[in-house]
Design a binder for this molecule. Structure first.
Ligand SMILES: [Mn+2]
Length: 329
């Protein structure tokens, strides 16, 4: 790979010492500020010298993505935080207009395919370029001996494939072109296998949006018929450093199952599978839906969470906290 001033290592080290890992924020700036206050952070850091790691998906859907990005940028500049790429930042780097990213694409839109517009703070062209340039500086995964952080899936072979690459977008596109060429040379391949190959053979896609498999029967998601489904990779993840990720929406109802079928048999506040990984996305990215629900009483079910390590404590933006069960490391 050619090295230049803008090159960054895509896999970076986590600092030693206690860490607070924050799940997908999705433009919910108020929730982020509340969570940071409960965690004890100020603009300059934490009185006990703790540090922060964000699992990515800072933006889209919520009311103020620019404020979230600026907050995280300032914490990074202060040497307090690290942040990795989520699939939403990756989509913006690729220049894609997606439902939920009106704040940067410049479209006004509804998030639920109705006539309701969900207001988002927007950016002008200069700020847009600044945001994109910031996303270019984000690594894809963080690691140290006892801990790993990635947006959607830790896969050792994907990590090693990109470890020496300097640029996430370049890596993404290189693999995309390679896979397209492979697909062209297999004209008999069906559409599902093509889709699975684009998802599972691109290391950056696996790490930021997770592996998929053929669904036993077609199903509907977000108004589309899908024939590929997400794979529960964490069920086979064991005897490795503890891995913290986001991306897959969980529901937080203490002592009750987590609400997402992918996590069936898991309580809301439990580590996953054999106890070596934890998804900390408690669906704050769906808060816009609660807010516009006419029956909404002012108490959110969706949460923004931080996992405190090594305490193994989940702390939410409303100040409540729960000890994580089933951690086996
Ligand atoms: Mn995501």
């Amino acid at each position: 790979m050619r090295r230049s001033d803008t090159d960054i290592p895509l896999i970076q080290k986590l600092p030693a010492g206690p860490i607070d890992i924050i799940g997908d924020v999705h433009g919910e700036a108020e929730a982020l500020n509340a969570l940071l206050a409960h965690l004890g952070y100020t603009a300059t850091g934490h009185p006990q010298g703790r540090s922060l790691a964000f699992v990515g998906d800072l933006v889209d859907r919520g009311p103020d993505s620019p404020a979230v990005v600026r907050k995280v940028q300032s914490l990074i500049q202060a040497g307090v935080a690290q942040c990795i790429l989520g699939n939403h930042e990756m989509n913006i780097l690729r220049g894609l207009t997606k439902q939920g990213n009106a704040w940067i694409s410049g479209k006004t839109e509804s998030l639920d395919n109705t006539s309701t517009i969900h207001p988002q703070a927007t950016v002008n062209l200069t700020e847009r370029e600044e945001m994109v340039n910031f996303f270019k500086t984000l690594p894809v995964a963080l690691e140290r001996d006892d801990l790993r952080v990635v947006h959607a899936c830790w896969d050792n072979s994907c990590i090693e494939l990109i470890r020496n690459d300097p640029n996430s977008l370049e890596t993404f596109e290189r693999h995309m072109l390679r896979i397209d060429r492979e697909i062209e040379s297999h004209p008999a391949m069906d559409n599902i296998d093509r889709g699975l190959r684009r998802q599972n053979h691109n290391p950056l896609k696996v790490l930021t949006s997770g592996p998929e498999q053929r669904a036993p029967r077609p199903f509907e998601a977000n108004g589309k018929i899908r024939k590929q489904e997400r794979k529960r990779w964490w069920m086979d993840y064991k005897a490795q450093p503890f891995c913290v990720f986001g991306h897959y929406w969980r529901t937080m109802v203490p002592g009750l199952p987590t609400g997402n079928q992918l996590f069936e048999d898991h309580m809301s506040e439990q580590a996953l599978g054999p106890g070596f990984s934890m998804c900390i996305d408690y669906s704050v990215g769906g808060r816009w839906r609660e807010r516009t629900n006419p029956d909404f009483q002012g108490k959110y079910v969706t949460r923004l969470a931080a996992l405190r390590w090594p305490e193994k404590l989940l702390l939410y933006e409303d100040g409540s906290s729960f000890q994580v069960g089933n951690i086996q490391v």
